[in-house]
Design a protein around this ligand. Structure first.
Ligand code: 5GP
Length: 182
C-alpha cells in the first residue's frame, strides 16, 4: 500500500536513494551547531547560491541559534547540462553590502570547485571581515581546482545527484531525499 505523500510517483526507476531526509536533517543539526559556535554574535550574512541551495539554506538557518541575515546570488555554470562548462556568469548579483561583515556562502554541491573559486574571488573584492563556505554535498574526486570548504555535509561519490534542491533538467528539486541517477 502506498503511503501518503511518499513522493514515489516522482521517482523514476533510474533513481537510487543516496541520503534520506532523516540523514539530511541530522547533519543539518550538526552543521547548525558548529556554525552557531563559530559565528555567535557576529550576525553573519548567509549567501545562498541559486537555484540549488534554496532548500538547504532554508532548513539550515533554522538550526542556527544566533542572528543571521540572508541574501542570494545566482550564477550559471552548467546551463541545463551535467558537466561544468567553466564559464560562469552572474545572473543575479549580491544585494547586501558585505564590507566588514562575516559572510558564509551556502552551496548545494561542490563538484569541480570552479564555482567556489569564482565566488571567493568575486566576494573578496567587497572586503568582507571573513569569508567561509558551507556545502551540503562535496565530490572530492571531481576537483579541478583546490578550494577550501569550511563546512561539508557529506562527501559523495562521483555520481549525478538530484533532490533536496538539486535538479534533473530543472525538475525534482522538491524531492525530500537525495538520489543518484544510474
Ligand atoms: P562546480 O563549479 O563545483 O563544478 O559545480 C557546482 C554547481 O554545479 C552546483 O552548484 C550545482 O548547481 C551543479 N552540480 C554539480 N554536480 C551536480 C550534481 O550531481 N547534481 C546536480 N543537480 N547539480 C550538480
Amino acid at each position: 500500500m502506498k503511503k501518503n505523500n511518499d513522493q514515489s510517483n516522482l521517482i523514476p526507476e533510474s533513481y537510487h536513494l543516496m541520503i534520506s531526509e532523516e540523514q539530511i536533517q541530522k547533519k543539518l543539526r550538526e552543521l547548525g551547531e558548529q556554525i552557531t559556535r563559530d559565528f555567535k554574535d557576529k550576525c553573519p550574512i548567509l549567501i545562498g547560491i541559486l537555484n540549488g541551495s534554496f532548500i538547504f539554506l532554508a532548513d539550515l538557518i533554522r538550526y542556527i541559534d544566533t542572528d543571521v541575515e540572508v541574501d542570494f546570488i545566482r550564477i550559471s555554470s552548467y546551463g541545463d547540462g551535467r558537466e561544468s562548462s567553466g564559464h560562469i556568469k552572474i545572473l543575479k548579483p549580491l544585494s547586501a553590502d558585505i564590507n566588514g561583515r562575516s559572510v558564509l556562502v551556502v552551496e548545494d554541491i561542490v563538484d569541480s570547485g570552479l564555482s567556489v573559486k569564482f565566488l571567493r574571488k568575486m566576494l573578496e573584492a567587497f572586503n568582507p571581515a571573513e569569508l567561509k563556505f558551507v556545502t551540503l554535498l562535496n565530490k572530492p574526486s571531481k576537483k579541478q581546482v583546490n578550494v577550501q570548504i569550511d563546512y561539508i555535509g557529506f562527501d559523495i561519490e562521483d555520481k549525478y545527484v538530484v533532490g533536496y534542491g538539486l535538479d534533473d533538467g530543472q525538475l525534482k528539486r522538491n524531492l525530500r531525499s537525495i538520489y543518484y541517477i544510474e
